[in-house]
Write a protein that binds this ligand. Structure first.
Ligand code: PNS
Length: 161
């Protein structure tokens, strides 16, 4: 079975992420979306909330599973027998850091990285930007899946009271 992982923070999942996950699922037999547990980074959604949203929006893909990991991604890959990381490349600005990570991950454990060019519709998109725009009342409905939009609006209105 050919397996791959799409790792990330997914705080929250955007249509850009979903585009990459869907395209990866057409290439590999099984794709795991793996949410990084990072206690040092503050997040809008808990890991469980992010996993629940990811499960909901990937439910139509029969070969996508959602999980979480902490520590090194390559350790998770080794433990789960996953030899390929799939990443989206939005712009040249992503490239330097992604190249470093890909080379480090290959050097550490022989894990390959497959870069997919992002759909140009989403090449400017990031979870941080979505949160910032939504915080100030900007329209992000074309940038995140509908269930995520609902939870994003609910979370932001809880925060502002
Ligand atoms: O969505 P993000 O936050 O840009 O995703 C970054 C992520 C989770 C893919 C990356 O930070 C990662 O792989 N972290 C796990 C720790 C690790 O393996 N670090 C060494 C990378 S070479």
């Amino acid at each position: 079975m050919r397996r791959a992982v799409c790792p990330g923070s997914f705080d929250p999942v955007t249509l850009g992420h979903l585009d990459i996950v869907g395209r990866a699922s057409a290439i590999y037999d099984e794709v795991t979306v793996a949410v990084l547990i990072n206690k040092k980074k503050s997040s809008l959604f808990t890991v469980d909330e992010r996993i629940a949203m990811l499960r909901e929006v990937t439910a139509d893909y029969g070969n996508v599973v959602v999980s979480s990991f902490h520590g090194l991604l390559v350790d998770w890959c080794r433990a789960n027998d996953v030899p390929v990381i799939v990443k989206g490349l939005r712009a040249i600005s992503d490239f330097d850091y992604e190249l470093q990570m890909a080379q480090m991950n290959h050097g550490l454990a022989g894990v390959e990285t497959l870069f997919m060019t992002t759909n140009p519709l989403f090449s400017f998109l990031s979870s941080s930007l979505v949160k910032e725009v939504a915080t100030y009342g900007g329209d992000v409905q074309h940038l995140v899946p509908a269930p995520v939009l609902e939870r994003l609006q609910a979370r932001l209105s809880e925060q502002t009271g």
